[in-house]
Ligand binder design. Structure first.
Ligand code: SF4
Length: 353
C-alpha cells in the first residue's frame, strides 16, 4: 500500500485530507468521500495506487482534446472512486465502484508506460474517474512517461487544493477540465462540490503553468443550458483565460441518477457554440453529436479549414507544424504532419483481467 501525500493529523486523532477542497476528516479505519483514501492506523493511504481500471487506446479527440496531438491514440485508464458526486455521471460504473468490485488490476507506473510504448501511443490519459484522488500514482506515472518521451494528460473536474496542485501537475503536459456549469447552485445541487475552486484551478493553470488545457461543458437540458449562463461563462473565460483556450460543449445522455432528463438537443449545443464564437472565443467545438462544422478547426485569421473532424475521426489536416498555411499560429501541441494524417478514430479496449 502507498502512503498518501497531502494529509495531517487533527487534534482529535482524525486525519485531515488536504488533496481536494472537500477536506475530509477521516477516522481510523474509514475512507474519505472518494472511497480510495483511507486512514489505517493513523496514516492515510492511497488505495488506488497501482490499481488501474478500464484500459483503452482512445482517439485523443475523445478526451476531448482537439489541439493536442490530433489524430493520435492515447492510452486511457482510471481507478475506482471519485471526489465529486455528480448525479449525471457519465462514467459511474467506474467512479462509483469500490476497489474490490473487480474491475481493477495491479499495474505499476513502469508497466503502464511500457503499455503505452508497446501500443505506439504518444500520450497517457488519467481519466474516467477524477485522477486528482490518485495523485500519487499520477505523479509517478507522468514522471516516468516524460523520461520515456511520452506526454501525460489529466481529464479532470479541477477540484483540487492549491497545496496539492503543483505536485500533481508537475509532469503533466495537457488537461481537459470540466467546467460543469457556471452557477454555484448547479455545482452544489448536482455535483456536491463548489464552483469557485474549479475557477481557481483554471486561473492557476493559465497563470502558473505551461500545461495545455481545454475546457468541456456538458450541457444538461434545464440545468445549465440557459443562454445567459453560457454568456456569463464565456465572458469569464475570455477575461480570465483569454480567447485561445478551446471550449467544448458536449451532449448529455440520461445516466446514473439523472434518468429523467432528455438527451441534449443538437440545437442547444450549436446555440451555445454561436454564443461563444460571438463573444470572442476563437476555438469552440460541439461533442457527442455529429456536426462536422462544429468539430472543425478554422484559422481565425483567414478562415481556412485546418482540421476537419467527424465525431472522433480526422477527415482533413492542413496545418503545417503549428501554423495555418497563411502563417497564423494555432495554439496547442501539434505533431509532425506525417503523424497527423486523416484517419478514422478508433477505440481499442485492452485486456485488464
Ligand atoms: S481526495 Fe478524497 S479523501 Fe481527500 S478530501 Fe477529497 S474526497 Fe476527501
Amino acid at each position: 500500500m502507498k502512503e498518501a501525500l497531502w494529509w495531517k493529523t487533527e487534534e482529535d486523532g482524525r486525519i485531515l485530507c488536504t488533496l481536494c477542497p472537500r477536506y475530509c476528516r477521516i477516522g481510523d479505519g474509514q475512507a474519505g468521500f472518494c472511497y480510495i483514501r483511507k486512514n489505517i492506523g493513523g496514516k492515510l493511504y492511497s488505495l488506488g495506487y497501482g490499481k488501474p481500471a478500464g484500459f483503452a487506446i482512445d482517439p485523443v479527440e475523445k478526451k476531448p482534446l482537439n489541439h493536442f496531438l490530433p489524430g493520435t491514440g492515447i492510452l486511457s485508464f482510471g481507478t475506482a472512486g471519485c471526489n465529486l458526486g455528480c448525479r449525471f455521471c457519465q462514467n459511474w460504473s467506474i467512479s462509483k465502484a469500490q476497489l474490490d468490485d473487480g474491475g481493477s488490476l495491479s499495474a505499476g507506473p513502469e508497466e503502464i508506460v511500457r503499455m503505452a510504448l508497446a501500443h505506439n501511443a504518444p500520450s497517457i490519459a488519467f481519466t474516467y474517474n477524477d485522477p486528482v484522488i490518485w495523485g500519487e500514482f499520477v505523479i509517478d506515472i507522468s514522471r516516468i512517461a516524460r523520461q520515456s518521451g511520452l506526454k501525460s494528460v489529466m481529464v479532470t473536474a479541477g477540484y483540487i487544493t492549491p497545496e496539492a496542485r503543483p505536485e500533481v501537475y508537475r509532469y503533466i503536459d495537457a488537461a481537459n477540465v470540466d467546467l460543469k456549469g457556471f452557477t454555484e447552485r448547479f455545482y452544489h445541487k448536482l455535483t456536491f462540490s463548489h464552483l469557485e475552486p474549479v475557477l481557481d484551478t483554471l486561473r492557476w493553470l493559465k497563470n502558473e503553468t505551461d500545461v495545455w488545457f481545454e475546457i468541456t461543458n456538458l450541457m444538461i437540458p434545464g440545468e445549465n443550458d440557459d443562454p445567459e449562463e453560457t454568456k456569463r461563462m464565456c465572458a469569464w473565460i475570455l477575461e480570465n483565460l483569454g480567447d485561445n483556450v478551446p471550449l467544448h460543449f458536449t451532449a448529455f445522455h440520461p445516466d446514473f441518477k439523472m434518468m429523467d432528463k432528455p438527451r441534449t438537443p443538437a440545437a442547444t449545443l450549436r446555440r451555445a457554440r454561436q454564443i461563444a464564437l460571438s463573444a470572442g472565443v476563437k476555438y469552440c467545438y460541439v461533442g457527442n453529436i455529429f456536426d462536422d462544422e462544429g468539430q472543425t478547426t478554422t484559422c481565425p485569421a483567414c478562415g481556412r479549414v485546418l482540421i476537419r473532424r467527424s465525431w472522433h475521426d480526422l477527415l482533413e489536416y492542413h496545418l503545417v507544424g503549428d501554423r495555418c498555411p497563411c502563417g497564423q499560429q494555432i495554439p496547442g501541441y501539434f505533431p509532425p504532419r506525417e503523424r497527423a494524417q486523416p484517419r478514422a478514430g478508433r477505440r481499442l479496449v485492452l485486456q485488464t483481467q
